[in-house]
Design a protein around this ligand. Structure first.
Ligand SMILES: Nc1ncnc2c1ncn2[C@@H]1O[C@H](COP(=O)(O)OP(=O)(O)OP(=O)(O)O)[C@@H](O)[C@H]1O
Length: 475
């Protein structure tokens, strides 16, 4: 999605162009595959005939005044209204069809947002085939390059004010000055790779390469050649002059071995030789090559236990465990969450070029009480999701997926609602009935006001309309 803050359509200018036989919006509509306009309350004020056809609305059905979310629950026009900023070239699914859309705010001469208009430019995405192909090619290249990762981060990029993070940075700075092997221990997503890059960056080796390899991402048959290289003729298809392994590529710098516990036992012996003798023997070669690498290994597993179970070589374990550094899980340093959120939201919004979005108080509270099994990576992913799902100018808990994994409230409701006690009900039927009871009660409380009902239930208006529709369809 691309957007640009300064662009909008001036409603007054548009209306002044009205001729007796042509509505001003129709002029715009002739330029595209369909268009829809809403007022400042998000109610439909106009829809082009082509748009009607696309969403299968009969010509004689009156739509003026209908809240757009009733018709299109996933519409992004409310967001454009709130932010006052356009979004250019976004993909949207309308009636199971992907379309390229552009949305613009409608403003008066004073710059007040009076409404918003959405245009569909392409419904036949085949014409965009070359663009999708290019995207797929770049994605493939990126995935291949994930095996060799340059050092992009310094220790200052490690965000956190908590005493554990401050201590971690001190340990890392000391480790950077020594040239010994470092073993990073921590759950997935705690920042082990980030720390490895930071250590390399702060070390005297920072002029040399940082070569990362993820042992879990390599099929066992490729490990030897990828890691230690292959001599010419070692196997069919090998390059003429042989192939350098990651160990040779890291010469003079740092080799980061991620998920070291996944390294096959036979390869562990070869790695030990690199650590002890500083020499490497390429696959199919009978000569040894001197290398000067500093190894930083990382694991989320209990390596000592793997040693006891015979899954990991004891001698390698002791060689790697010279300087162990443990990274705390996010649930043990929740005081870092606000600062992490601030940095991550800024970077996500800058990268996606979307307007700034705040977290609501309830979203902040949820972030604080959640247990974070996926640690900082999960926090980043949830914030990214929040930026995509949020409909207004703030991110709500449900935009972060707060309720996705929770057992639904039916377990509580069944205890007091006799309608839900029938033993023959399936879980989805119970869920549907629970939703229905909650919706009916909330609508009654708010006198049928949908915005207030959504707020009361802690869901967006789009979700409310979606649930109402589902309940109606399953009456
Ligand atoms: N303290 C931190 N400050 C800023 N970003 C962080 C921090 N910790 C982790 N991240 C970010 O979280 C994501 C995951 O971090 P990283 O890949 O270093 O974790 P990991 O422990 O190596 O995970 P895995 O074991 O699954 O490979 C990355 O995008 C990283 O930049």
């Amino acid at each position: 999605m691309i957007n640009s803050p300064g662009q909008h359509i001036c409603l007054d200018d548009l209306l002044s162009r009205q001729t007796s036989d042509q509505h001003p919006f129709e002029l715009l509509s002739s330029l595209c595959e369909g268009a829809i306009a809403v007022d400042a309350d998000c109610r439909i004020i106009w829809m082009s005939p082509k748009y009607r056809q696309l969403i299968n609305i009969p010509e004689d059905k009156e739509l003026i005044g209908t809240p757009i979310e009733e018709l299109l629950p996933t519409t992004q026009l409310p967001r454009v209204l709130k932010s006052g900023k356009p979004t250019f070239v976004d993909l949207m699914q309308i009636n199971r069809r992907w379309c390229v859309v552009t949305r613009m705010p409608l403003k008066d001469h004073d710059g007040t947002v009076m409404g918003a208009i959405g245009f569909i430019f392409y419904t036949e995405l085949e014409s965009l085939g070359p663009l999708f192909d290019k995207f797929a090619r770049l994605k493939r290249q990126l995935e291949q390059q994930k095996l060799i990762r340059p050092s992009r981060y310094a220790l200052d990029d490690l965000i956190g004010q908590s005493s554990v993070v401050q201590q971690l940075k001190r340990q890392a700075r000391r480790a950077a000055l020594l040239d010994t092997t470092v073993l990073l221990l921590g759950e997935t997503g705690t920042g082990k790779e980030l720390l490895a890059q930071g250590i390399h960056h702060a070390s005297p080796r920072n002029g040399g390469p940082f070569v990362g390899i993820n042992m879990a991402a390599l099929p066992e048959s490729l490990v030897e050649a990828e890691l230690f290289g292959a001599a010419p003729g070692a196997y069919t298809g090998i390059e003429k002059g042989g192939r350098k392994g990651k160990v040779q590529l890291a010469n003079g710098g740092t080799l980061f071995l991620d998920e070291i516990a996944e390294m096959p036992l036979a390869m562990q012996a070869k790695l030990l030789r690199v650590l002890q003798e500083r020499e490497v023997e390429a696959l199919g070669s009978n000569s040894l090559e001197q290398v000067d690498v500093r190894v930083i290994a990382a694991t989320s597993k209990n390596l000592k236990q793997l040693v006891d179970e015979g899954e990991f070589r004891a001698d390698l374990y002791y060689r790697l465990n010279v300087l162990p550094i443990r990274l705390a899980p996010l649930r043990d340093r929740k005081e870092d969450i606000p600062l992490l959120c601030q940095h991550m939201l800024e970077s996500i919004q800058k990268q996606a070029q979307i307007p700034a979005l705040e977290l609501t108080d309830s979203a902040r509270q949820w972030l604080y009480q959640y247990s974070w099994p996926g640690n900082v990576r999960e926090l980043h992913n949830r914030l990214e999701r929040g930026c995509v799902m949020a409909e207004g100018s703030a991110i709500e808990p449900e935009d972060l997926g707060a309720f996705d994994d929770l057992p639904t409230s039916e377990t509580c409701i069944t205890s007091f609602s006799p309608q839900l006690r029938a033993p023959s009900l399936s879980l989805s039927e119970i869920r549907l009935r629970t939703d229905k009871i909650a919706l009916e009660q909330a609508l009654e409380k708010t006198g049928g006001n949908k915005s207030k009902t959504a707020k009361l239930l802690g869901i967006s208006r789009a979700t409310l309309y979606e649930r109402l529709k589902k309940c109606q369809a399953n009456k």
